[in-house]
Every structure is written in C-alpha cells, then in structure tokens.
Design a protein around this ligand. Sequence first.
Ligand SMILES: Nc1ncnc2c1ncn2[C@@H]1O[C@H](COP(=O)(O)OP(=O)(O)O)[C@@H](O)[C@H]1O
Ligand SMILES: [Mg+2]
Length: 287
Amino acid sequence: MRDQAEKLRLKMENKRVATSIGVISGKGGVGKSNFSTNFSFNMAKKGYEIVIVDMDIGMGNVHILLGKKTKRTLMEYLTGQYSLEDVKEPFLDNIDYISGGSAMATVIEWNDLMFERLLSVFELLQQRYDYIIFDMGAGATEWSLQLIETLDDIIVISTTEPTAIMDAYSMMKYVHMRNSLKNMYIVCNRTLTIDEGKQTLKRLQNTAQQFLQKELKILGSIPEDIHVRKAVQQQQLFSVLYERAPATKAIQKIVETYETGHIKSLDEMDENRFMNALKSIFSKGRG
Ligand SMILES: Nc1ncnc2c1ncn2[C@@H]1O[C@H](COP(=O)(O)OP(=O)(O)O)[C@@H](O)[C@H]1O
Ligand SMILES: [Mg+2]
C-alpha cells in the first residue's frame, strides 16, 4: 500500500504508521486464528496497540475465539453499509478487532470497489495502531494475494503434517512470485516434540532457499497442547486462561523473537546513527 518513501515521510512527520502482518497458511485448520489472537494479546501486553482484522470473511471465527458477539462485520463495511467506526469493536485495553462475520447467507464475491474500500480502511488503521494483524482465510485467492502483497510481514503457519507443509510451501511460492522481497516468517504449530518442530521449520526453510532463493525467518514452534482446545471451548484465549500452559509459553517466546528480530524502526536507527557518530568522534579523538 504505502511505499517505503511514503512511510518514511510519515515517520518523519511523527505520524503513526502501523506495521501490518498477514497470518497465512496453505491448508485450513492449522491454527491461524488461534495464533493471530494469542499473538495479538501478547503483543498488546507489551504496550502495542493492535487491531485484528478477520479476513476469513463469511467463515470468520476471531470474534468467537474472543468470546464476543459481533453486531457488524467487515463485509458490511466493504459493501458500504457502515463506516469503520461501526464495524470496529474493542476487545481488551490495547486490542480492537473487526469481525469477518460467520454463517453468512451468501458467498462473498469480491469486486474492485470492495477491494478499494479494504485498502482505504487499511490506510486509516495504519494511522491509529502499532500493528494490524490480518487473520487470513486458508489458501490463496486473487484478492487475498493482492492484499498480502501490500502487507509488511507475512507469518506462515504450518503443522508438522506433510500435507500442511506442502500447502504452506505453495502459499509461500504464490506470495514470493508476486513480491520476492516480502518479510516471511514461519511458525510450526501442534508439534509433538521439540525436534519435530525444528525439522519441519528447517525443511520449509531449506526448500524455500533451494527453489525460491528465499530466506525464511524462523519464529518458532507451538506444541500440541490440550489447553488450546479447552480455551477455544470456553471462548477465551489460551494465553489469557492458561498463563503457564506450554502453548502460552511458546507464543510468548515467538512474540519475543518477532519483536527483537524485527527490522529496526527509524527512531532506533537514528539512535544508532547517533551512537555511531559518537563512537567515530571518540575513536578519532583517541587516534
Ligand atoms: N497448539 C495446538 N494444540 C492443540 N490444538 C490446537 C493447537 N492449535 C490449534 N489447535 C486446534 O485446531 C483448531 C483450529 O485452529 P484455528 O486457529 O481455528 O485454525 P485456522 O484458523 O487455521 O483454521 C482449534 O480449534 C484447536 O482445537
Ligand atoms: Mg481461522
């Protein structure tokens, strides 16, 4: 959406420009929505302001996972019936969400106008939050790929099953073919052993390296954990309900890795530049 120059300009003007993240997978049911919501919760705990956008339109379940009843959905915004304020709902202090809507009577057919409205909501959200998390539907459609192409970071979720790995790879390939410079992260969900997770991630990383010459960034693994299902059944987030659960610990570690490994903000870069300038003055002084 915004090119780097535009982002830079807004940053210089001290305007907020959210980082956008797309959570994607090839195969369905691998844990995207649980990841998106729990990742968001743990990022919000660090003080970031987050909005989750449920892009699984018509079959969305973000609001169900958050234990919320939604009145209005993204679809109603896209078709021009409601404004952003009408469809955006609060979840917790630092988290809002926009529901994709579930059990819709008709299958959605994207059109140019809807896509333009999607991009304009995206621009508005970029000025109001630190992170926009798009919980995508499984697989690729022309529209979802177009959206993904405009995002900053992509997090690909796979399980350890060969079918999920294969589909995750195909999905990455689609994204890569459209934009080879995209920041792509991988997460392995539902691992039975630490080794299983590592092997899956390595396999994906090596395959992408070999066939796409693409460097995937490993965020980590989330173990198979009964607390995930228990929390879903209670319509609460597992990281809220079960702070000590293995899945919660894993997602916290992933948030840590994402945050610390993330490309430095311009402010940080300025700080570095300042430090480097100081260092060079001192070293010259000494020499
Ligand atoms: N780490 C995990 N441990 C156990 N079960 C999990 C885990 N992650 C996901 N699940 C199960 O998989 C189901 C589907 O997850 P969901 O996040 O809705 O997937 P997606 O959004 O990719 O379709 C969950 O309802 C839960 O029962
Ligand atoms: Mg989902």
